[in-house]
Write a protein that binds this ligand. Structure first.
Ligand code: 1OR
Length: 285
């Protein structure tokens, strides 16, 4: 069960720091592996060094089981190279593959965060190199950021109709990747014709959508925009302007593609409605 107690990170320096000696070359490989991993964002220099010191290199073979569902959690893993599949078995049914990981991905945080049994089984689908972080270092340094962000965005993400069909854990992964950005009244968030590399969901405030200079839509809390350029690799199809103070949660293109895969069909279906709206407006004028 999830108790407040189990989520309290160990405070300050009351743990003896773990130091596994490493070559410069190993440190460099860790740097590359965590560069795009959201759980490692916002660490200060000392926290980052402590994490690097504590990591252990683990080489695994194709088909090796790294984590077994139901087992006690000991390590959190970051993938340096190779690929992994993640399976969940429910009530004696056959294991179902729920996701996969490649370089830069990470897994095994849940059992450490919640003192729970491993929620899934993870198997290497190639020879691979992992960096393993022990539970004490994970809980002391990485957990605080992670759980704070998941809590911060939890209720908002539950309100976004687009994300209704996601599993709670899938919404947590979205939360890990989100960044909030603010805009003042009249500020342009995206500009028609520009190249687009971000997706936006409105956390608070309103926005107006203009196409070729005329207003075509208004967006409020929990609405999204900016998906078309990412879905179609096309320039921004419209300009979106903040109406009053606007706060958006944004995802970069890579995270958008990876994390919103399960709602891709909904995004595409909804985007077909844009044509219908524009056509009806053209007929009306
Ligand atoms: P862990 O410590 O429990 C197994 O060890 C890991 O698999 C787990 O941490 C996560 O890092 C990872 N539900 C739970 N754990 C998942 C899931 C998942 N996907 C990956 N892991 N899903 C929800 C299924 C109802 C799948 C979401 C795509």
């Amino acid at each position: 069960s999830v108790s407040a107690e189990s989520m309290t990170p160990s405070s300050g320096n009351d743990y003896s720091k773990k130091i596994i000696p490493k070559t410069d070359e190993q440190c460099e490989r860790i740097k590359v592996s965590v560069a795009n991993n959201f759980l490692f964002r916002n660490l200060d220099e000392e926290q980052y060094q402590d994490v690097v010191h504590a990591m252990a290199e683990k080489r695994v073979h194709h088909e090796e089981k790294v984590i077994e569902q139901g087992a006690v959690g000991d390590y959190f893993y970051v993938v340096e190279s190779g690929t992994f599949d993640c399976y969940i078995t429910k009530n004696d049914q056959d294991p179902v593959k729920v996701t996969s990981y490649e370089a830069g991905g990470s897994f095994g945080e849940l059992a450490l965060m919640y003192n729970a049994p491993r929620a899934a089984t993870i198997i290497a689908t190639s020879d691979a190199v992992l960096w393993a972080l022990d539970r004490v270092t994970f809980r002391t340094i990485l957990m605080e950021n992670t759980s704070r962000k998941r809590r911060l965005y939890e209720s908002f993400l539950r309100d976004v109709p687009l994300l209704k069909s996601l599993e709670p854990y899938e919404r947590h992964k979205v939360a890990d990747a989100l960044e909030s950005v603010y805009f003042n009244d009249g500020e342009k968030v995206v500009i028609q014709g520009d190249i687009g590399d971000r997706f936006y969901m409105i956390e608070s405030g309103d926005a107006i959508v203009y196409k070729d200079g005329s207003e075509v839509n208004q967006l409020g809390r929990a609405a999204y925009f900016g998906e078309l350029a990412l879905l179609n690799d096309s320039p921004r199809a419209a300009t979106v302007v903040a109406q009053g103070r606007l706060k958006c949660a944004t995802l970069g293109k890579k995270a958008f593609t990876r994390l919103l895969g399960p709602v891709l069909d909904i995004l595409k279906r909804n985007s077909e409605n844009y044509h219908a709206i524009i056509n009806s407006q053209q007929q009306a004028s």
